[in-house]
Design a binder for this molecule. Structure first.
Ligand code: FAD
Length: 377
């Protein structure tokens, strides 16, 4: 399989890299300390085409393929985990679900404003009692005349209290899952307060409550009872994005540590002259490159219209764990300075940890990979 990127894909990556270096990376620490998503940044992100990455161009989006989207996700991760995760939930999950399952009328109604960054989207699958076992959702959607009445709670929803359109997964008859497009101003919907997290402080994570929330049948997304299949398709692509984002986080930590190791002197030498330091940097670089190759393989298969579930899980599993190892190694190279709160590597270590949990934990990725192996043999 050819893993080289085309020139047009690299041009998009380079444009986003330049934007991130100038407008995201220098401000990330301030946003983190402020502890909330900088909503004023949204028009700037939209101006770069980052709020409609995969939306077709005739609906106001950037119309990018999976590989280019992964290149962009890595650059965003290299700039700031919180901004990257906010956009991942918006693009891969909310918009991703609409692209998989929404009707032509719903796409025309919902996608253009999301792509233009007029507001953010969110995607609500997880519940207090249904995390990895998402199919055991307790949120219900009951038929009521021409519409539906939703009741239940969602947990850990990225953009939950700042999104205006939330794709909510609920159980309909026979406990089968169905998706609904819920507006945040709909009576019976409320979000928050935002969770206090270990990292990703500028990314909003909130619980949602649906109490007799009435939804028109025109806002039901996809076939009745068919959302679990759609969720799996959304997560397959989402995992490519989270893996790429993680590689970006690891890369930023490694670049910071490499520059520091060349400057910092101990025992009359630069740290970069010590073999143990070189070893850490070399291992991190090798593992991050390996993770990126796995992610690009999965994206390439997706773009070729071939099955990629196992490859997406392999990429997400390896890339996210490699990113955490790289970030921790980078912190070690910085010694005590790496542990200081105003240093980017400290933030990256905390941000990277989530990538091993969100959109399916490492354990769940191993289950997906093993299931495929056992079935194939
Ligand atoms: C910051 C953040 C943002 C998030 N954003 C979103 C979002 O936008 N939308 C959304 O729907 N969800 C979101 N989530 C939820 C996330 O996807 C879940 O946290 C994740 O899927 C794990 O579910 P859980 O936390 O309930 O853990 P659990 O499922 O309770 O798992 C706990 C532990 O048990 C392990 N485990 C579970 N089942 C098995 C098994 N069969 N075999 C072996 N080990 C197992 C898990 O791997 C984990 O280590 C977010 C979470 C966080 C923290």
């Amino acid at each position: 399989m050819d893993l080289r990127c085309r020139d047009d894909q690299l041009a998009v990556r380079d444009a986003v890299r330049a934007f991130v270096r100038e407008r995201i990376w220098p401000r990330a620490s301030g946003w983190s300390e402020a502890g909330e998503f900088p909503i004023a940044l949204l028009p700037e992100l939209a101006g770069m085409g980052l709020t409609g990455l995969t939306v077709p161009t005739d609906q106001g989006g950037s119309g990018l393929d999976a590989l280019t989207t992964a290149l962009v996700a890595e650059e965003l991760g290299a700039g700031d985990g919180s901004i990257a995760l906010t956009l991942a939930a918006h693009n891969s999950l909310c918009i991703g679900h609409l692209l998989v399952a929404a009707s032509a009328e719903q796409k025309q109604r919902w996608l253009p404003p999301l792509a233009r960054g007029e507001h953010l989207g969110a995607w609500a699958l997880t519940e207090p009692g249904a995390g990895s076992d998402a199919v055991s959702s307790k949120t219900t959607a009951r038929r009521d005349g021409a519409g539906w009445v939703l009741n239940g709670q969602k947990q850990f929803i990225t953009n939950g209290s700042i999104a205006k359109l939330i794709v909510v997964i609920a159980a309909t008859a026979d406990r089968r899952l169905t998706a609904f497009g819920v507006r945040s101003d709909q009576p019976g919907f409320r979000a928050g307060p935002g969770e206090k997290k270990m990292g990703l402080w500028a990314s909003d994570t909130a619980p949602l409550v649906l109490e007799d929330c009435r939804i028109s049948d025109a806002d039901r997304i996809g076939e009745l009872g068919a959302a679990f299949g759609d969720v799996r398709k959304v997560l397959d692509r989402g995992r490519i994005g989270i893996g790429a984002l993680a590689i970006g986080l690891g890369r930023a930590a490694l670049e910071t540590a490499t520059a520091y190791a060349k400057e910092r002197r101990q025992f009359g030498k630069a740290l970069s002259e010590f073999q143990m330091i070189q070893w850490k940097l070399a291992t991190a670089r090798t593992e991050l490159d390996a993770g990126r190759l796995l992610i690009h393989r999965a994206a390439g298969l997706a773009d070729a219209g071939k099955p990629f579930t196992r490859e997406a899980s392999m990429g997400k599993l390896y890339a996210t764990e490699a990113a955490s190892r790289a970030a921790n190694a980078a912190l070690q190279v910085l010694g005590g300075y790496g542990y200081l709160r105003d240093h980017p590597v400290e933030r990256i270590v905390r941000d990277a940890r989530l990538m091993e949990i969100g959109e399916g934990t490492s354990e769940i990725q191993r289950i997906v990979i093993a299931r495929d192996l056992v079935l194939a043999s």
